[in-house]
Design a protein around this ligand. Structure first.
Ligand SMILES: Nc1ncnc2c1ncn2[C@@H]1O[C@H](COP(=O)(O)OP(=O)(O)OP(=O)(O)O)[C@@H](O)[C@H]1O
Ligand SMILES: [Mg+2]
Length: 473
């Protein structure tokens, strides 16, 4: 998103950018009327062009503004500014967030207990108000100057995605590393999806790494759904058993096997911390290694990473035996994966042909796909790098599948030619947008309006005018 520094949004003067996440950019701003600094979360312009979004934005913002809890960052105000920007106004928190704290130093068990207690309490409150967060993660936990946690971005994921988590356009919204299996499968969610995310944060604070890592966001989602949890004690043998039990329960694959409420998880963790304070670490492990993994960077590792696998005995604590309901889920998942893989193979073929024809560097979207913290996953964009245990992994082929090429080309393409890459302006116009959203691409030959769609074989939404694809770059 362009730098909005110096712009006036209603009574707020934008002073400096604070950071940019997957959905929006955050700015420090000044409100002279009350002589205070605030943080402005500004959503990209294309959202405001969708009347349904504006409607939903106002409805949801009003609900979120009613949430009042000492550990939920309040919403001061919201509005729309000239140029088609929608924004949310929050208190400005100078000191940082849990993600940066974790990268600086190991946390003590007492600190970990306090963080889980405060965020668990905030979630408990929100759930009783009928609100699920859906994107609990360290960068959404701000920490004020007194060390208190403030949960932010409540419900924003839902706001951007639409009414359901998996919209009819196939977009899953959330952050793969913290996403519950049911969220990854696009099922109906309840508060237990937030308990799972809180469990991942607890795992990360205790071991210094998230449990599931892979090369692509989709591969991470699949691991959450089907891979046994690598036990924390395999990462660090000094982790007390009682604390490991809390993590295993919070991260059960089936929501009904988790804690019923965040409050229950908080109580269990407090009891575990008390119990472990009175029991010394195993004699064969140097105490200096205890919890010091927190500083390790949670680097991306390939699907063949050396993450220790769960032993069969403890696996049963995490992965319940398949029930008929579970089998149905697997059937649904398999169908989805088969569809994804089919499209991915088509995409690889298309991309291979495009590269032969046009000597261009890889698209930025393809680089983005290899980051863990990608915000929106469009199922048809999934990389074919899926774990081999889900369905047979297709080998990317530079040659076309037999019956598909003619269908995969837009009607306006010459039959024998490769489809062109969309121009960068057409990609930019749809950055972060939902499939089907109205868009305007400022092409060199003039502005073109249309809707955001994924061109055949492409990995990113592009602004496609009503009559067909935009001219090539
Ligand atoms: N109220 C605030 N005060 C100060 N800094 C903030 C505030 N809200 C967010 N930030 C900072 O702005 C940056 C961007 O936040 P943003 O929420 O857009 O990204 P994110 O949390 O990484 O991703 P996501 O879009 O998934 O929430 C983060 O580094 C965050 O710490
Ligand atoms: Mg955030």
């Amino acid at each position: 998103m362009e730098d909005l520094t110096g712009k006036q949004f209603g009574p707020y003067r934008i002073i400096a950018p604070l950071g940019e996440g997957g959905m929006a950019a955050v700015y420090k701003a000044f409100q002279p009327g009350v002589d205070r600094f605030v943080a402005l979360k500004v959503l990209p312009q294309h959202y405001a062009k969708d009347p349904q979004f504006v409607d939903r934005f106002e409805r949801e913002a009003k609900v979120l503004a009613k949430l009042q809890h000492p550990h939920i960052l309040p919403v001061h105000d919201f509005g729309e500014a000239d140029g088609g920007y929608t924004y949310i106004v929050m208190p400005f928190i100078e000191s940082g967030d849990l993600a940066s704290l974790m990268s600086q130093r190991p946390l003590t068990l007492a600190e970990i207990g306090r963080i889980i207690e405060q965020i668990g309490d905030a979630l408990d409150y929100a759930h009783t108000q009928g609100i699920i967060h859906r994107d609990v993660k360290p960068s959404n936990i701000l920490i004020d100057s007194r060390g208190n946690c403030l949960l932010t971005d409540f419900g924003l994921a839902k706001l951007v995605a639409g009414v359901s988590n998996l919209t009819s356009t196939g977009i899953i919204v959330g952050t793969p590393s913290y996403m519950s299996p049911e969220q990854g499968m696009g099922q109906a969610l309840d508060g237990r999806t937030d308990i799972y995310a809180l469990g991942i944060i607890l795992y990360e604070m205790v071991t210094g790494q998230v449990p599931f890592r892979a090369e692509t966001p989709m591969a991470i989602v699949v691991k959450h759904i089907q891979d046994p949890l690598p036990p924390p004690s395999k990462v660090d043998a000094t982790i007390p058993e009682a604390i490991e039990r809390v993590i295993l329960k919070a991260l059960a694959k089936q929501p009904e096997d988790r804690y019923a409420t965040p409050g229950d998880m908080v109580k269990a963790l407090q009891a575990a911390i008390q119990a472990s304070a009175s029991s010394p670490p195993p004699a064969n492990v140097a105490p200096a290694t205890r919890y010091t993994r927190i500083n390790q960077k949670t680097k991306l590792e390939s699907a063949s990473s050396k993450t220790p696998a769960l032993s069969p005995a403890s696996a049963s604590a995490v992965v319940p035996q398949a029930s008929s309901g579970q089998m149905m889920l697997w059937a649904g998942l398999s169908l989805a994966l088969v569809a994804v893989i089919g499209l991915a193979v088509l995409g690889v073929w298309w991309f291979g042909r495009s590269r032969q024809a046009v000597q261009t560097p890889p698209l930025p979207a393809q680089e983005q796909q290899s980051t863990v913290e990608r915000k929106q996953l469009e199922l048809p964009q999934a990389s074919p790098t899926l774990p081999p245990t889900s369905v047979p992994t297709p080998q990317p082929q530079p040659t076309p599948p037999p019956a598909q090429p003619a269908q995969s080309q837009p009607a306006s393409q010459p039959a024998s030619d490769q489809p062109p890459l969309p121009p960068p302006q057409a990609l930019e116009a749809c950055r972060g947008a939902a499939t089907g959203a109205a868009c305007t691409a400022n092409l060199p030959q003039g502005a073109v309006t249309g809707t955001c769609q994924t061109p055949p074989g492409q990995q990113q939404l592009a602004c496609i005018p009503a009559g067909g694809p935009p001219p090539g770059p």
